[in-house]
Design a protein around this ligand. Structure first.
Ligand code: ADP
Ligand code: MG
Length: 246
């Protein structure tokens, strides 16, 4: 299997609103693809469709070698979800669990490891996202940037070969956003993870991407290496740049 994610003619409407019209994309192993798009362009819907949280109307999706659009039972998704980390745009953490529990939860559930081993792994993961000494705190007691780090820690907890990031830097101040972008880049490189990052934050996109796409009018309008897209005079890209500056 050459790609880790592939979609063909993906479409999704909510009533009369055609959010995705024809999304065709491929992500290759080890590659970080950033999908840029304005607010409401369907970025979150796309990620949710990929992992089966929202059904597509039509089109086909392959993930990790499975055609997930052929899945009929919830159980079919288990091996795919185990291999796919997800960083949610907002929330995504269990408010009533400590930071430690938020990360340990998936390990206990999926890997059934002894408690000592879980403790060791959680420590190691918290180290790798530069979070220490907050194990016993609850998400509400942490800053936005720290919550994102816990989300990241949770996304990588099971060593997934693919991570989907929904607006990882949105809502953070520029310095915190920059540090999250660097951290994502570092994790991607260190563990050779494949990723889709959806965002409207150009600075994050340029920092983490191997390839950049633009989602516009329900379709992927541009796809190319960072340096190429930076110089692009594609009218949709220019329009997007103009829109985010306003
Ligand atoms: P973004 O690119 O900002 O992440 P979204 O993917 O969240 O955009 O949403 C794209 C469009 O689809 C928006 O107009 C949003 O209001 C609409 N939408 C998303 N989810 C639903 C839903 N469950 N029901 C109805 N409309 C929705
Ligand atoms: Mg969104």
């Amino acid at each position: 299997m050459r790609w880790i994610v592939c979609t063909q003619n993906l479409a999704k409407s909510f009533g009369a609103l055609k959010v995705l019209k024809e999304v065709n994309l491929e992500v290759y192993p080890g590659e970080t693809v950033v999908i840029l798009g304005g607010s409401g362009s369907g970025k979150s819907v796309l990620l949710q469709i990929l992992v089966g949280l929202v059904p597509a109307d039509s089109g086909r999706i392959w993930l990790h070698g499975y055609e997930v659009t052929q899945f009929r039972k919830e159980k079919d998704w288990y091996p795919v979800r185990l291999k796919t980390g997800f960083l949610f745009q907002i929330g995504g953490l269990y408010d009533s669990m400590t930071v430690f529990e938020n990360i340990a939860f998936a390990m206990r559930y999926h890997l059934r490891l002894p408690e000592k081993e879980i403790k060791k792994r959680v420590q190691k993961i918290l180290d790798s996202v530069q979070l220490k000494g907050v194990e016993e705190k609850y998400p509400a007691e942490l800053s936005g940037g720290m919550q994102k780090r816990v989300g990241l820690a949770r996304a990588i907890a099971l060593n997934p070969p693919l991570i989907l990031y929904d607006e990882p830097t949105t809502g953070l101040d520029p310095i915190m956003g920059d540090s999250i972008s660097r951290l994502i880049r570092h994790l991607q490189r260190t563990y050779n993870i494949s990723a889709i990052v959806v965002t409207h934050d150009l600075s994050c996109a340029f920092k983490v991407a191997d390839r950049i796409m633009l989602l516009y009018d329900g379709k992927i309008m541009i796809s190319g290496p960072v340096e190429e897209v930076k110089k692009s005079d594609n009218p949709y890209f220019k329009q997007f740049l103009k829109a985010i500056k306003e």
